[in-house]
Design a protein around this ligand. Structure first.
Ligand SMILES: *[C@@H]1O[C@H](CO)[C@@H](O)[C@H](O)[C@H]1NC(C)=O
Ligand SMILES: *[C@@H]1O[C@H](CO)[C@@H](O)[C@H](O)[C@H]1NC(C)=O
Length: 416
């Protein structure tokens, strides 16, 4: 694997070569952005997003525009719907009434010969009432095929498309984009627009979507809605593989909202049952030549917990002959040299790092720290409270750790 960008300090370094390059990984949100291409050394992108200012775009801006027409579907997004990429979950919101749960789809534009029927739900969050949130599984799709789909009723219906991945195969090329900590500022817009220009086929999202939790009361739900309309420009066409960050927790005793992840879980479904997970917050999918494991930094993960037991089983299901790439997504980085969020990932490191080395995870992507950073292959698995060996050492079985939390949210960059 060629290199992504230059970072220096201690154990932070470039990724080593892993033989033939099968999966392209694009880091859209990096200020120091680089990208790589098939089989060749890395090409550093000229894309540099503004560092400052980083303020939320006003609600009346056109990037949040509600689509025209009575009850028109809005906040459309898709994600993988099964384990191997032959299904998508399509989600959208209608504001005026429930409307249809149907997705009409087909192989050519304007000709929607198939129909899938989904479900609808609504919820309240303090005094905010959500729109009608539709979720529809479209399955039994062919690999490597462009599908066109239509949702909504009559004159208000809207049309989109997506492309299914190639079959699971060690040589299947695929282009992933990686975004974390996006938010809804002008910088977020520049990140998402750049990401769309690069032709990323699927986005691996490492948590912290809307930053709606920086608002209060009714505005929290309002900013989840605006973010849904904002992300639609990409997420209605490219599947986003979701992971949850701290901004999704939304534990707000002051307004009586104390169940974690409520807004996020109502809005962003994941195919967790397909990997035998018991929670949408941790799961796995396989796509082209990659096996992608999503973990939840803010759910229990210590020994004997559901997430721990699930990961133990999921790692056994990894078949490197089919998916030579083993990628882990989480929000809080296990290695981080910045002051911002220093050591917040340490507890998960203590629990999972030895498994990552034993199973030779290629790369762990995290967000949380609003910076780009990449490690050498190092591990600290000899360490325990009674051994003096507390410093990470080079380890060829260890993953490379990449932090890419600089998506552009209103909190700005971690400057050390
Ligand atoms: C969901 O929508 C229905 C129909 O508009 C309404 O009666 C109900 O109160 C809503 N439920 C919640 C939880 O907001
Ligand atoms: C922890 O470190 C001590 C001292 O090096 C060693 O004797 C012990 O076996 C280690 N324990 C585990 C569980 O690795």
């Amino acid at each position: 694997m060629p290199h992504f960008g230059d970072i220096s300090s201690g154990w932070i370094k470039r990724i080593e070569n892993k033989g033939s390059m099968l999966v392209q990984l694009l880091f859209f949100s990096s200020v120091l952005l680089s990208c790589i291409s098939n089989g060749s050394a890395g090409v550093t992108s000229t894309f540099v997003r503004n560092e400052w200012p980083s303020v939320d775009i006003p609600l009346d801006n056109e990037v949040f525009a509600v689509p025209k027409g009575y009850n028109a579907p809005q906040q459309v997004h898709i994600t993988q719907g099964d384990y191997d990429g032959k299904a998508v979950i399509i989600s959208w919101v209608t504001a005026d009434e429930e409307g249809s749960n149907k997705v009409r789809y087909g192989l050519s534009e304007g000709k929607y010969e198939f129909t899938a029927e989904g479900t609808v739900q609504n919820y309240t969050f303090y005094n905010y009432k959500s729109g009608y949130i539709h979720q529809c599984l479209v399955d039994g799709l062919q690999y490597d095929t462009k599908y066109f789909y239509e949702i909504g009723d009559g004159d208000s219906s809207r049309r989109f498309w997506f492309r299914t991945p190639p079959p699971i195969d060690p040589d299947a090329p695929y282009k992933f984009g990686i975004i974390g900590d996006l938010g809804q500022t002008y910088n977020s817009l520049s990140t998402i627009e750049h990401c769309m220009q690069t032709g990323a086929e699927t986005i691996l999202f490492v948590g912290d979507l809307s930053y709606a939790d920086r608002y209060k009361y009714h505005d929290v739900g309002v900013r989840w809605d605006s973010w849904g309309r904002f992300a639609e420009r990409s997420a209605a066409y490219q599947p986003w593989i979701w992971s949850a960050g701290n901004h999704e927790i939304e534990y707000f005793p002051y307004m009586g909202e104390v169940i974690p992840f409520r807004n996020y879980l109502h809005r962003y479904p994941t195919p967790y049952l397909a990997s035998e997970s018991s929670s949408p917050l941790w799961y796995a999918v396989r796509r082209a030549s990659a096996h992608i494991i999503v973990l939840s930094s803010y759910s229990p993960f210590v020994k004997y917990t559901p997430q721990w037991k699930w990961l133990e089983q999921e790692l056994k299901r990894v078949d490197r002959k089919k998916t030579p790439w083993l990628i882990v997504l989480m929000h809080a980085p296990m290695y981080n040299s910045n002051d911002a969020h220093f050591m917040e990932g340490e507890s998960m490191r203590a629990v999972f790092e030895s498994w990552f080395c034993r199973h030779k995870v290629d790369v762990v992507f995290a967000g949380h720290v609003h910076a780009y950073e990449r490690s050498y292959r190092i591990s600290n698995i000899r360490y325990n409270v009674s051994s003096g060996a507390s410093y990470p050492v080079p380890d060829k079985s260890a993953p490379v750790y990449i932090t890419v939390g600089d998506g552009g949210n209103q909190e700005g960059l971690a400057l050390r």
